[in-house]
Design a binder for this molecule. Sequence first.
Ligand SMILES: [Fe+2]
Length: 155
Amino acid sequence: MMLKIGLDKNKAVKLSHELNLLLSDYQLFYQNLRGFHWNLKGRDFFELHLKFEELYNDAQIKIDEIAERILTLEAIPLHRFEDYIKTSEIKAANNVSDGKRGIEITLENFQKILILERKIMEVASDAGDEGTLTLISDYISQTEKTVWMLSSFLG
Ligand SMILES: [Fe+2]
């Protein structure tokens, strides 16, 4: 069996499952960033309030792209909060008002996302799915650079 785009159906199902894990991670990641943006206190407020906003806006774009890639692979993207919470490797942060702590949690979350994205690269490669490889490959290089910058901020 083949998808309309010519990929093997079984391989695409496996890949969509992995992409749904990434989608779930990104939803929790996104909501964590909103919490950091809102609850922030202290001398870094103006700088980090903006930085967290920049990060969650980027996450929001990726969430939509990942979900639409799953649809392109003829599967259904998870869309209920209860499913995201059940599926995500990333845990919901609560009442974080310290900016540095928010950055540390963001770095831990990015590490989880990067490890999963590299696994998705293997599964997409096995499926011969150039579209997903390009998408995720761009995410990896962008995220790795962001990790370097956030780490530099922490000193
Ligand atoms: Fe805001």
